[in-house]
Design a protein. Structure first.
Length: 128
């Protein structure tokens, strides 16, 4: 049995972007509410790091548990606008960075919280 590992190829494969869709580096003010890992309720104002049709990432001072549910809404001054209601997201990752956490979340509802037109996904040609 050949146990030789091609570390260069392995490194290239590990660094490939496995996301199904492109993310847009866009800073949008949001309000995040939910429960942290200690079960304590929080409501925090923050900004997105990036967004996609099905998710987003942002910084929080609260540690969140993977699989947890949060509500995200776009923070606007005109609170009368009903289209700025909160949407439910599930935590898919939370990585500590200094005294904050970088949180990745996936939406749980079909509607989009973002007022952005996302590009159509690229179709990959099949090779035979």
């Amino acid at each position: 049995m050949d146990a030789t590992v091609n570390w260069e190829e392995l490194g290239i494969e590990a660094n490939k972007d496995r996301r199904r869709e492109a993310r847009i580096a866009l800073t949008i003010p949001i309000e995040v509410t939910g429960f942290d890992v200690n079960g304590k309720f929080f409501c925090a104002a923050t900004k997105t790091v990036d967004i996609s049709e099905s998710g987003c990432s942002f910084r929080l001072p609260h540690r969140l548990e993977r699989g947890g549910i949060i509500a995200i809404k776009v923070a606007v001054k005109d609170r009368k606008k009903t289209e700025h209601r909160p949407f439910l997201y599930q935590i898919v990752r939370a990585t500590q960075e200094g005294d904050h956490w970088i949180v990745g979340a996936a939406k749980l509802q079909p509607e989009s919280v973002w007022f952005v037109a996302f590009p159509a996904p690229e179709t990959k040609a099949k090779t035979q």
